[in-house]
Design a protein around this ligand. Sequence first.
Ligand SMILES: [Zn+2]
Length: 206
Amino acid sequence: MESLFEGVKEFNEKDFQQYAELFSALGKRQKPHTLFIGCADSRIVPNLITRTLPGELFVVRNIANIVPYYRQTEEFVATTSCIEYAVQVLDIENIIVCGHSNCGGCNALLKTDKELENIPHTKKWLELAKRVKERIESERIENPDEREWRTEQMNVVEQMNHLITYPYIKEKFREGKINIYGWYYIIETGEVFNYDREERSFKKIE
Ligand SMILES: [Zn+2]
């Protein structure tokens, strides 16, 4: 914990000074161009992998980079309100759904009820990827690594589709006012793959 306090001190003394002008300009307003929907996993650092600065990405993270289906509700919905704010207020131009390798959330999707006993809310949350679970189970992939990657990538595409259930996103997407991307990030190599809609496959960004 001590190191986090040290980190803040060093940030103020060093890094902040380097970006002082930028932070000053951002002090009263933000105009991010992209909504980044990623997994809460500690190994995913959106600004690092996109080399973006403060003010560029509006980030929402949750277990397994999930986009809940659009619905009107009186409940407290964090991800949905982030999406709403980014699109309706900040008027972002791009949405990236970014999945990743070795995703604990996607892995949990394929676990038994018994194994998920102590994480009931995570289990409930993962129901939003139920269709991925069903499809993966029907594919009966023998190789565990292949099944893992397939689950994670299929989940990205599934969540991209969920975005279109939001009436205001659907409209902007049709009018070409918003771009929707699906990314797959491999932790150990740093490679990022972008989903190609026509070919229905992930292509390495290079
Ligand atoms: Zn994850």
